[in-house]
Design a protein around this ligand. Structure first.
Ligand code: HEC
Length: 133
């Protein structure tokens, strides 16, 4: 039979252990792409998107109006499945994640060590959020 004290101490130890583990990203502010991805994405954007868009359309208040609070999967799917408008579905996973990294970077969301992946289950767990102005 454990004493109340022992149980309390075990609970604290467990909580500490949990917080030592790798933190899973929760929002796009948690470093969900690499600097290299956004750099490559910028080049892809210039080649495939710039004839119809400027990146400003996808940043700041314009970003908030559509994407703030939405799962990252939605932005990924919008790009990967519907763009370029005249050639939907033509982008590779790598092009799509690089493009998305570029858009996140332009919004002031920090880069991290973990590359952005085109994994819808993973992207569903991450909420799009911008730095506070
Ligand atoms: C031929 C013109 C054209 C090209 C090229 C194009 N788009 Fe679009 N895009 C549009 C139009 C028009 C809309 C808005 C209309 C709609 O909802 O379909 C749009 C909407 C979007 C949206 C959703 C709206 C928003 O503000 O978030 C995203 C994201 C997007 N485009 C990203 C891209 C990316 C990334 C590329 C490059 C791979 C690209 N587009 C290439 C025409 C284009």
């Amino acid at each position: 039979m454990q004493s109340r004290m022992t149980r309390a101490v075990s609970a604290v130890a467990l909580a500490l252990l949990a917080s030592c583990g790798e933190q899973l990203p929760e929002t796009s502010m948690d470093g969900i792409y690499t600097a290299q991805q956004s750099e490559r994405g910028e080049a892809v954007f210039e080649t495939l998107c710039q004839r119809c868009h400027s990146v400003q359309e996808f940043t700041g208040r314009s970003f908030d109006a559509i994407w703030a609070g939405v799962p990252a999967a939605a932005l990924y799917a919008r790009i990967a499945n519907t763009m370029p408008l005249d050639q939907p579905g033509s982008l590779s996973v790598v092009q799509s994640t690089n493009l998305m990294a570029h858009i996140l970077e332009e919004n002031g969301m920090p880069a991290g060590d973990r590359p952005l992946e085109g994994d819808m289950d993973w992207l569903m767990t991450i909420t799009l959020a911008r730095p506070n102005e």
